[in-house]
Design a protein around this ligand. Structure first.
Ligand code: CTP
Length: 395
């Protein structure tokens, strides 16, 4: 972080909405931000360097080949507290998603750890094209905050999602990011994700449908807010998160062991993993032949969360998850008190809709009886809402 904490790098992509970014720049300055503009070379067809230099009062570069002796991509990356890319075209989003570094802006993005807000603007067909959808999803997985464009009239006669949002809406999102940007600095957070598996024999196991996406989103969000994050991942096929230490486990016993290793020194535990409630009494070392696979004797696994919560030290915050298909609230309230939790996110998993999905809906409950309804949001957004509550409790 720079000393001011107000340095914004405004990246401008090559779309007609580049002219609206002039107003955004002004509004950013009205809100006390210090803005450096880095336009892509293509965007200069719409708004030229002279305009950006006059409005920002700062030198404006767009290629890595300018001012080389000052190594601008590293200098700008280090100075930026926040990166706002507005407008982001389909091409720019694709280049960012694939880690390209073919102009100054994309070099800076790769070199910077600052929170990044992407404001897409393009024709609806391009926004809805599967390639763009996939690229946006990659960026969101990596912690970029990608706004939804407005719905309305575009440059031609077409109408749909793709319009550049009003400056006020962009500033609102930026303020959300600023408000939470470093509120977990110096805190240790332990997150479990995925689902444990209990081997039956060398080829079969008892498992569950948890993908790990929610746990990864929480780990990513906590890291972006300054926390030192340790993620225990049970059978997740998800990309590693930069700056997050990950321990991979398979069985409940391995998860139990890792929890015991890291719990006492953590400030927060978020127990997102779906733990197999039972395991075969004995694992067969040989593949069981189908004609003898008629029943499996099971033994209960310990409740890891209830067990570890009994060892809590003062000041720790413990968050559980509940997957319910009936009597949701009653069951969830019972789990909060039986497991001695501070917060619990109740997932309605009827029909299995949430598993593997990018979206979630449910209820965030606290130990004081409070309840917050969460209607259809991205798992990344839920992560931040949940961490907001954690931050309040840590205080
Ligand atoms: N949990 C745990 N160990 C278990 C089972 C669950 O630590 N053996 C944790 C989960 O990580 C989650 C919370 O307890 O944070 C609730 O999990 P859930 O599956 O909803 O509830 P269960 O306690 O397993 O109860 P039930 O299956 O009867 O709903």
């Amino acid at each position: 972080m720079s000393r001011s904490g107000r340095e914004v790098l405004l990246g401008v992509g090559g779309g007609i909405a580049a002219y609206k970014a002039c107003d955004l720049l002004r509004r950013l300055q009205d809100h006390g931000f210090l803005v450096t503009v880095v336009p892509t070379p293509a965007s200069l067809n719409f708004v030229g360097t002279a305009t950006w230099e006059a409005l920002s009062g700062r030198r404006v570069l767009s290629q890595v080949w300018e001012n080389v002796h000052a190594v601008p991509h590293i200098h700008y990356a280090e100075r930026a507290d926040y990166i706002v890319i507005a407008p982001a075209t389909a091409d720019l989003i694709a280049r960012l998603a694939h880690g390209r570094a073919d102009d100054l802006l994309t070099n800076i993005v790769l070199a910077s750890r600052a929170p990044k807000l992407i404001v897409p603007a393009m024709h609806p067909e391009m926004w809805l094209d599967p390639a763009t959808v996939a690229n946006v999803s990659i960026l969101r997985e990596r912690g970029f905050l990608v706004m939804e464009p407005d719905v309305g009239r575009l440059t031609g006669a077409d109408i749909g999602p793709g319009r550049f949002p009003e400056s006020a809406r962009i500033l609102e999102r930026l303020h959300e990011i600023v408000g939470r940007s470093a509120d977990l600095l110096g805190r240790k957070i332990l997150v479990t994700a995925g689902g444990t598996r209990e081997p039956i024999d060398p080829v079969r196991y008892i498992g569950n449908r948890s993908s790990g996406k929610q746990g990864y989103a929480i780990a990513q969000a906590a890291a972006s807010r300054g926390a030192q994050v340790h993620l225990i991942a049970a059978n997740c096929e998800l990309a590693d998160i930069q700056g997050v230490e990950i321990t991979h486990v398979e069985t409940t016993a391995q998860l139990e062991q890792s929890l015991a290793q890291y719990f006492l020194t953590t400030d927060v535990l978020v127990m997102c993993a779906a733990v197999a409630d039972a395991k075969p009494v004995q694992m067969s070392n040989e593949k069981i032949k189908k004609n003898t696979l008629l029943r499996i004797d099971l033994v209960a696994n310990p409740d890891l969360l209830a067990q570890i919560a009994r060892q809590r030290v003062s000041g720790q915050v413990i968050v559980g998850f509940a997957a319910e298909t009936e009597n949701h609230l009653d069951n969830a309230r019972r789990k909060i008190s039986e497991k001695a939790l501070d917060l619990l996110y109740l997932n309605d998993v009827s029909g299995g809709a949430i598993f593997g999905s990018e979206m979630t809906h449910g209820t965030l409950l606290d130990s004081d009886g409070g309840a917050l309804n969460i209607s259809e949001v991205s798992k990344d957004s839920l992560a931040h809402v949940l961490l907001d509550q954690v931050v309040t409790r840590l205080r």
